[in-house]
Design a protein around this ligand. Sequence first.
Ligand code: FAD
Length: 318
Amino acid sequence: MAREVLIIGGGVAGLSTAVILLEAGYDVLVAARELGEGTTSAVAAAFWYPYRAYPEDQITRLAAVSLRRFSTLLDDPLAGVLQRDALEIYPEAVAAPAWASAATDFRDAEPELLPPGYGFGHRFRTVVIETPIYLPWLADRVRALGGRIALRSIASLDAALRERPVVINCAGLGARTLLDDPLLHPVRGQVVRVENPGLTRVWIDEHSGPNITYIVPRSRDVVLGGSSQDHQEDTSPDPELAREIVLRCAALEPALASARVLSIAVGLRPARSPLRLTSEPRPGGLVVHNYGHGGAGVTLSWGSAEAVRDLLHTSVPA
Ligand SMILES: Cc1cc2nc3c(=O)[nH]c(=O)nc-3n(C[C@H](O)[C@H](O)[C@H](O)COP(=O)(O)OP(=O)(O)OC[C@H]3O[C@@H](n4cnc5c(N)ncnc54)[C@H](O)[C@@H]3O)c2cc1C
């Protein structure tokens, strides 16, 4: 069996896939143009929430697998995974989302938790992934399991197939340079990181304005969001938008109004509907695509990685 695999990409998709394939006995080489800070994954808020990813039934399955795996990491103090209560608020009553069945303790929110102007809410338990801790931890897991990570660019899928007979495309938005995919496009997101004034609850307001608002307390800071700007590629921070994000979040948690700003970050979500989790036989070998996770790449990371493993089991002849 072809056990030698080249994974293109060292964001959360590539590294999670590397861990799952190493655990399944594959010989894994990861080639990544950037690691850590340079990736979209490092900008993510990054809490378990199946945001802007489709189709919903597949997303729910993948998100459930991820949540189970993240839950096992709560006990590892080095992994940077925290459990948090989440409150999603709405102007008026809505049905539960499709993914509610995958969430832990999903229920309607008590009316007294709702801020003025909001008529309805959902509560669930989520996990927050502290990317500055988690991504290096994940890379260390890859190496500890015997995988190799090379910091370099792959010019094309054919070039990758000349290196190894099985290639996993986890290049995120970078997949645009590897193949022609008109469905894949950027959705710009901006976050503001502030000192944590003692908050623990995750807030989400996706429906009362043009932009999603969220508050994601981590151990040392809070990630405030956000924006969702289709087809925009400018990664320079917008100071006016940053001020507006803080105001939106402070309307929900007043202590944030005076919290010291630590940094502003911008990332381009690799949006694609549906996300691409398919295998593609090519001359010289097999390519498995694992990209296009939009605003839910962390949420879907372990589920997608297991789906890649399952695709390999059915596609690679023994
Ligand atoms: C502001 C913001 C907030 C977000 N919040 C959340 C959240 O709360 N929860 C959640 O689940 N998701 C969230 N997301 C979405 C999440 O960040 C993405 O879905 C996820 O990071 C995508 O991961 P990836 O590994 O596919 O891509 P990336 O992290 O972009 O990694 C791609 C990798 O491929 C490499 N690469 C690309 N092309 C090549 C090439 N030719 N050769 C070699 N290497 C290559 C890159 O260098 C990089 O290593 C958020 C995103 C943004 C922008």
